[in-house]
Design a protein around this ligand. Structure first.
Ligand SMILES: C[S@@+](CC[C@H](N)C(=O)[O-])C[C@H]1O[C@@H](n2cnc3c(N)ncnc32)[C@H](O)[C@@H]1O
Length: 206
């Protein structure tokens, strides 16, 4: 079992997906930034650490047909699959640890909401960056949302790193910052969690 997998399996086996702090019924910022990256519905999208998120369903509804959702928790993916109903069989579901995943292909968009900030160890961040490098098409985009510098220090009982837009961009020095946003996520219990979001571009000329 990968490091952390038992934690996340236990979370998704014991909590309702609508009651976890990261739950959102409308992944508005994710949809907006994926749209900005693609300018339409064509292009492969991978949602890394997608869990039981409604993003895959939202993208499917808006015409995206090349979708991959990766998560360390099989239980989380089973929930997301169930929510997509008959359409779920057209989505690629991958149970893997992003730090060690070897993608068999490349993607036009890499999306990560609330996964990178759990990597508090530099060696793990380097493994994540290596996977991202192997995954992105030249000319592709990464959409990454993490806790802002004034965001929570912990989530799901785990410590988290926090970033300004500049600090987050500095984690991916070979990518160009296209957009930066701040979002205040309201958790199901009513707490506010500030997020930093970036749209980063893999310039083929760089
Ligand atoms: C805070 S949740 C966010 C889920 C989803 N992105 C969303 O916005 O609803 C973090 C997710 O990352 C997954 N995760 C944590 N560490 C991971 C790793 N090393 N590789 C793949 N997934 C991971 C967890 O199982 C969980 O689904």
């Amino acid at each position: 079992m990968a490091q952390g997998q038992d934690h996340w399996e236990s979370v998704y086996r014991t909590r309702q997906t609508t009651e976890v702090s990261w739950y959102q019924d409308d992944p508005r910022m994710s949809m907006r930034l994926v749209a900005a990256a693609l300018g339409g519905a064509d292009g492969a999208v991978v949602d890394v650490g997608g869990g039981a998120s409604t993003l895959a369903a939202g993208l499917w509804r808006t015409g995206h047909r090349d979708l991959t959702v990766l998560d360390i928790s099989a239980t989380a993916l089973a929930t997301a699959r169930h929510d997509l109903g008959d359409d779920a069989s057209a989505v690629h579901w991958v149970v893997a640890d992003v730090r060690h995943w070897r993608p068999a292909r490349r993607y036009r968009v890499w999306h990560d909401r609330a996964v990178f900030h759990f990597l508090t160890d530099e060696a793990d961040r380097e493994r994540y960056r290596a996977t991202l490098r192997r995954s992105l098409e030249p000319g592709g985009h990464a959409v990454i949302g993490v806790f802002a510098d004034d965001g929570p220090t912990h989530c799901s009982s785990l410590p988290t790193a926090r970033y300004t837009a500049e600090e987050l961009a500095a984690q991916f020095p070979w990518l160009r910052m296209r957009q930066a946003h701040r979002e205040e996520h309201r958790t199901p219990s009513g707490a506010v969690q500030p997020f930093t979001w970036l749209l980063l571009y893999a310039d083929p000329a760089a």
